[in-house]
Structure formats: structure tokens, C-alpha cells
Design a protein around this ligand. Structure first.
Ligand code: ZN
Length: 483
């Protein structure tokens, strides 16, 4: 820090500034005056390198798709390794502007002038790995662990399903997980939005079962360019997802077996940018990417970059809509389909408290958006709750009812007649032998919304032999205890 010199008075001033800065930080979120934490518990703020200039993907809801795609967008030439960005944060730019202007880094100049000696490097690189997990993922994880850095993995549902232990390993090491669709099949994914959507939800469910969390980040196979039209972009946004392309392509999937040296060379094209989202692959056959990785990390570290994971606070990077994608003239999903699928989906990512159910020794957690509160009553999705509590649910389409088998009891939730019916087992009681049959019947507000059966929580618990004992709300969660 050559700017500081070694005058004692200068040091004292700097220390005083640091202490003030620390106090200022402490007085932030903890004292209730700072930004509200987002769903991940982190303060919802942008990296300071860009916060002054770019709004993030929590841009005003009124910002329309055309604002983002119509303005600061230029097509990345197919052969170009560096992507030209379109982003929703520059609606004021006139159409035809070819790229977003570079951000001049104010934090860096402050450091240079000597007023903020402990300012950490504002340059960020986000390593992203697509198409895994595969046999090479553990090697990538080893390198990242050795280097003490985190990355973002855009995984395929198909791969995650067969290798859940690798998803767990990613999760436990603190890497971010994004959704890269189920099978990466372009002809299916880009034949129409509902096909793309099906694969996103399929993968999301696989990941939720493994980690308990839904990824909000999505990367389109092959990138959005040439694939996404305005409807794909707007429906994904409306559903609560953050689509992310990249700023630098390592070139490791240009063909099979691209040599490590070429991957390193192309990956370093981002050096000099204040923010780099680097595309790499950890799918099967990408051994050369693993070989290249330590050198890529070494060079970015040497250039003063910090390594981050993608989340909602990072400036969104997406390519613009290409004319070829618009010309595909794919069928648009009907309004009723959008109302049933897209509109309610955003609630899954709404910040709010989770609902924790404590039933005997079992516990299940529903994230904000996975349950409803109506007039002080909880409505919950039957299958999700029962399965997370260790029971089974089967669906009878003919009677529009769900049959629950849980902790040795069975009951039916009937959406048509809006009632629960307990099933009595065959056996010998005081009155002698009886056959299996209907037991207690109780009217309940059971609803079929889309393909999900929603039931009132209290009645569900009582009818399955777990009467409610306590319900409360803390700063972190809502909690219901039952016997
Ligand atoms: Zn891919």
C-alpha cells in the first residue's frame, strides 16, 4: 500500500476510519436500519463495483422486456468468444447502442488515493460449470477446496438424479447451484416454452428433493442467444427465475478435447473486466477443463480478482433476443396456462418465513411460497407435506382425491366432496371383527389447484391422529407443533 507512507499520524487516521467503517457496518442490518436480508439471509445489496450504475434483477417490476432487450443489445457474433451483453439495467439507452459502457470503478480510485486502505479488490470473477454433475465434478471440487474459492454449478436434472451425492457435495461445500434444464436437448427445449418449462420444473424438483432448496438461477443450454425469444425471457422472469448467460466463454465445449492451454488462453480474455462470468463445463469428457482450472484460478488471483458465486445480487447478464429466435414463431402458451403455472410460481421465491412442522419426532419444512395462510389458517400441499413427513400419497384421478398412508393410518382427501375420510383398518375390536371401511368423515376446504391438492393443515393433522399442540411465529420462521 504505497500510498499510505509510514507517518504514524496517517496510520492513526486510517485506523480511526477503519473503526468508523466497522461500526457503520455493525449498525447496518443487525440494528434494523440496513437493507433487509434476502431469502438467502444475506443483505440484499449489489457488489459495490457496479451498484452505482446498474440496477440489478430486482429492477422495478414495471420494467418491460422490451426495455431490456430492445436497448443495450448487440448480437454476439457466433464465432465471438466474448459475449456482448444485453441487460435490463440500461433502459434509458437509445436502441442501437451496441454495448453497456464499462463501469469505472470508484472503489479502486479511492484505494489509489489512499483514503480506504483496507478496501478489498472490486474485481470479481464468477466461475460457472455447466452440464454436470459427472465423474469429473469431484476433481473440480477438490481444486476449488484447495484454492478456497466458491463457484456456481448449472446442473442437469438428469445428471443430478443419478448422482445426488455430488449435488450434496456441491451444496455442502457452499457452491451455488443453478438449473440447466433436465436433459439439455435443444430440439425439445426450444420447440416451445412449455417444453422448456417442464424441464426447468422437473430439474427443480430433483434438486429440491436433494438439497431442500429450489434454484432460482437458470442457464439456458447453449445460452439464450438464438434460443430465447421475448416470451421465454418474460415468462421466466415473471415466474421468479434469474436467467444468466456469461461474459467470457472458456471455449471448452467448442469441440471434444479442446486442449487445456487453449481453455486457459480463452478464459483469460476477461482479465481487465471488472466483472467476469466465465463459462466452463464439468460434464463428462471435460478433463481438459479440470487441467486448465488451477492455472485459470492462479491468473485471476494474481490479477487481483475475488471469486464469487452467482445470486440475485449479481448484475444479470443475458444475451439479446436474436432475430433467428424471433423468427421461429413458436406457439405461445395460452393465457390460462400462464395463469396456472407461471403466475403462482413466483411466490415460491417470495421472501417470507418458512413454515416448520414438528409432528412427533418428525420435522418438515415448507419454504415461503410453498404454503398459504388464509384467515389465520394454513393451507398446505398434501403430497409435499406428507412425503416430507415420511408418508405416502397416491392420487385417484377418478374421484379427484388423494390417499394418504402415514404412520400406520390412512385417510382420503377428497377435493370433489371437500372432505377428509379416515380409513378404518380391518381387525377385531370390541364389537368383533370388522372389514376395512370408512371411518370418521370431516368436511374440509380441500382444493385442487393446477395438479396440486391443497388441504387445511389443522384438519389434516387431526384426521391423521396428530392433534395440533402449538403454533407460533418467530423472526425466522412459523412453527406448528403437533402430537
Ligand atoms: Zn450446457
Amino acid at each position: 500500500m504505497k500510498i499510505c507512507g509510514n507517518k504514524p499520524i496517517r496510520r492513526i487516521m486510517i485506523r480511526a476510519l477503519l473503526i468508523m467503517a466497522l461500526l457503520w457496518g455493525a449498525a447496518g442490518p443487525g440494528w434494523g436500519t440496513g437493507p433487509l436480508p434476502d431469502a438467502s439471509g444475506q443483505p440484499y445489496s449489489a457488489p459495490y463495483s457496479t451498484s452505482a450504475v446498474f440496477s440489478k434483477n430486482n429492477a422495478p417490476a414495471g420494467l418491460k422486456q422490451e426495455d431490456r432487450t430492445g436497448a443495450a443489445a448487440a448480437a454476439p457474433a457466433p464465432a465471438a468468444k466474448r459475449a456482448v451483453l444485453a441487460q435490463r439495467s440500461a433502459p434509458s439507452q437509445a436502441p442501437g447502442v451496441s454495448a453497456v459502457p464499462e463501469v469505472k470503478n470508484t472503489a479502486l480510485s479511492a484505494t489509489e488515493s489512499g483514503s480506504a486502505p483496507e478496501q478489498k479488490s472490486p474485481k470479481m470473477v464468477y466461475l460457472t460449470f455447466d452440464d454436470g454433475p459427472s465423474a469429473i465434478t469431484p476433481k473440480v471440487l477438490d481444486i476449488l477446496r484447495e484454492q478456497k474459492i466458491k463457484a456456481t454449478f448449472f446442473v442437469l436434472g438428469e445428471q443430478a438424479r443419478t448422482r445426488p451425492e455430488l449435488i450434496n457435495a456441491l451444496w455442502e461445500q457452499g457452491h451455488a447451484i443453478g438449473n440447466h434444464t433436465y436433459n439439455h436437448n435443444y430440439s425439445d427445449l426450444y420447440s416451445g416454452f412449455t417444453r422448456f418449462w417442464t424441464q426447468i420444473k422437473q430439474t427443480e424438483e430433483v434438486l429440491r428433493e436433494i438439497t431442500g432448496s429450489r434454484p432460482q438461477l437458470v442457464r439456458a443450454p447453449g445460452g439464450t442467444y438464438g434460443h430465447f425469444d421475448a416470451a421465454y425471457f418474460s415468462l421466466m422472469k415473471q415466474a421468479g427465475y434469474t436467467v444468466m448467460d456469461w461474459t467470457v466463454d472458456s471455449g471448452d465445449s467448442r469441440r471434444r478435447g479442446v486442449p487445456a492451454a487453449d481453455i486457459v488462453r480463452d478464459s483469460l480474455e476477461g482479465l481487465g473486466d471488472s466483472e467476469v462470468i466465465l463459462l466452463l463445463h464439468d460434464g463428462g469428457g471435460h478433463e481438459e477443463s479440470v487441467k486448465a482450472l488451477p492455472e485459470i484460478i492462479r491468473r485471476y488471483k494474481a490479477a487481483g480478482y475475488s471469486f464469487g458465486v452467482l445470486d440475485n445480487s449479481v448484475r444479470q447478464v443475458v444475451f439479446r433476443v436474436s432475430s433467428s429466435a424471433e423468427k421461429l414463431q413458436r406457439a405461445q402458451p395460452p393465457a390460462a396456462w400462464v395463469a396456472a403455472n407461471i403466475v403462482p410460481n413466483a411466490a415460491l421465491f417470495a421472501s417470507g418465513k418458512p413454515l416448520v412442522l414438528e409432528v412427533g419426532l418428525q420435522e418438515a419444512r415448507l419454504e415461503a411460497g410453498e404454503y398459504l395462510v388464509e384467515q389465520g389458517r394454513y393451507l398446505v400441499p398434501l403430497r409435499a407435506v406428507i412425503e416430507r413427513l415420511g408418508g405416502d400419497v397416491s392420487w385417484d384421478a377418478a374421484t379427484r382425491s388423494g390417499r394418504v398412508v402415514w404412520n400406520g393410518r390412512s385417510l382420503t382427501a377428497d377435493a370433489q366432496n371437500r372432505r377428509f375420510t379416515a380409513t378404518l383398518k380391518a381387525g377385531t375390536g370390541k364389537e368383533g371383527f370388522r372389514k376395512e371401511g370408512a371411518g370418521e368423515v370431516r368436511a374440509a376446504d380441500i382444493r385442487l389447484i393446477g395438479s396440486t391438492l391443497w388441504v387445511p393443515l389443522r384438519e389434516l393433522l387431526e384426521m391423521s391422529g396428530h392433534p395440533l399442540r402449538q403454533a407460533g411465529v418467530t423472526a425466522e420462521e412459523r412453527r406448528v407443533k403437533a402430537l
